[in-house]
Design a protein around this ligand. Structure first.
Ligand code: ADP
Ligand code: MG
Length: 356
């Protein structure tokens, strides 16, 4: 196992003479044995960052260390890293056993050791009965397990995962996510995991790195990212349904939405006297009897069994509320809206960054 350190890492692609910056300035210190998730929308530079760490893409500027060693110019095969891709990248003409054994055989490990490691890995992943099959004789989940196995069998210093679950259907994705979490606890190998899925980030990461447009917006534990998002992008990207964002101003304990359509009492001591964005998580909003709190109308009710999502409208303002279990409110009802003052996130109206 090893630490992974990126200092001022940049990636500039020469795009037909017009260079484009894919990663601006990436600083991150991954601790030995830590599981870090890079999350962000498509095109934000996650794969590019991972591929630079793997040695599959050159580093334009900055320093990359694995352990104490600077590896900017070390070829991929000498970095002692194993990568798992979304598309599995298995050898179709080889059996599962041969796929798992391939990297070890290349390294000229004794046959007995190769065999022992392959069997141990197959047991770990429930592939024991599949060793003689070829990839096309496997389900998607089994193929992804072989891809994981090929990484595990090498016992590398670092695992890199690039959206490994994206090709699986929703149910299998949840199952494999849990298997990866369990493997992680067993192996304890330093891991950097890329995904666009905020649920994977929240459930797998010791820490999450939220990226946008080639930049790192916030690095922290899942609970801090959720409870103290650094800006409105992080606030709405992490958490589902996303945080409600309302532009306006707080005057004498009442939040006035800029449209004039919505006035919400919030007794927030020390709240900023400036144009703000108020962030309300769906679970932080309470439905109260009409006449109390702010006035709104029910536009949509979505019962999900354990919870119900209620979409409220007040003029141009739309607010999604999460209610535990079921609710008697129905389409067209007039309701009141209230929030606890400490449940409101305040963001600067111009920079959209958190006001602490
Ligand atoms: P993500 O994995 O977060 O979806 P990528 O790292 O694949 O994002 O891409 C980041 C940006 O770099 C995108 O704008 C993409 O178009 C660009 N890019 C990726 N690979 C190349 C390449 N080989 N040449 C030029 N531009 C690229
Ligand atoms: Mg990608």
């Amino acid at each position: 196992m090893a630490t992974v350190t990126l200092e001022g890492v940049r990636k500039i692609y020469p795009d037909r003479g017009k260079p484009s910056v894919a990663v601006h300035q990436f600083d991150l210190a991954v601790a030995d044995g830590e599981f870090v998730v890079l999350v962000g929308p498509s095109g934000c530079g996650k794969s590019t960052t991972l591929r630079m760490i793997a040695g599959l893409e050159s580093i334009s500027e900055g320093t990359l260390r694995i352990g104490e060693r600077v590896v900017n110019d070390v070829p991929a095969r000498d970095r002692d890293i194993a990568m798992v891709f979304q598309n599995y990248a298995l050898y179709p003409h080889m059996t599962v056993h041969q796929n798992l054994a391939f990297a070890l055989t290349l390294r000229k490990l004794p046959r007995r050791e190769v065999d022992a490691r392959v069997r141990e890995t197959a047991d770990l992943l429930g592939l024991r009965e599949m060793l003689d099959r070829r990839p096309r004789q496997l389900s998607g989940g089994q193929r992804q397990r072989v891809a994981l196995g090929r990484a595990i069998v090498r016992q590398p210093q670092v695992f890199l995962f690039d959206e490994p679950l994206s090709n699986l259907d929703a149910k299998l994705r949840v199952q494999m996510r849990r298997e990866i979490a369990a493997l992680r606890r067993r192996l304890g190998t330093t891991t950097i995991y890329v995904t666009h899925d905020q649920v994977e980030a929240l459930t797998l990461g010791d820490r999450i790195v939220v990226m946008r447009d080639g930049r790192v917006l916030q690095v922290d534990t899942p609970s801090v990212i959720y409870q103290r998002p650094a800006d409105t992008f992080v606030a709405t990207f992490i958490g589902s349904p996303p945080m409600n964002l309302l532009r306006g101003r707080l005057v004498n304990g009442v939040f006035h939405h800029e449209s004039g359509d919505f006035e919400l009492p919030i007794r927030a001591p020390g709240a900023p006297d400036q144009p703000v964005i108020a962030g309300l998580r769906p679970e932080a909003v309470r439905l109260v009897p009409p006449g109390e709190g702010a006035a709104a109308e029910v536009n949509l009710v979505e019962p999900l069994g354990s919870e119900t999502l209620v979409t409220l409208g007040a003029g141009s303002v739309v607010i999604v509320v999460r209610v535990e279990g079921t609710t008697p409110v129905k389409l067209g009802d007039r309701v009141g809206v209230s929030v606890a003052s400490d449940a409101v996130h305040w963001f600067d109206a111009v920079r959209e960054t958190r006001i602490s």
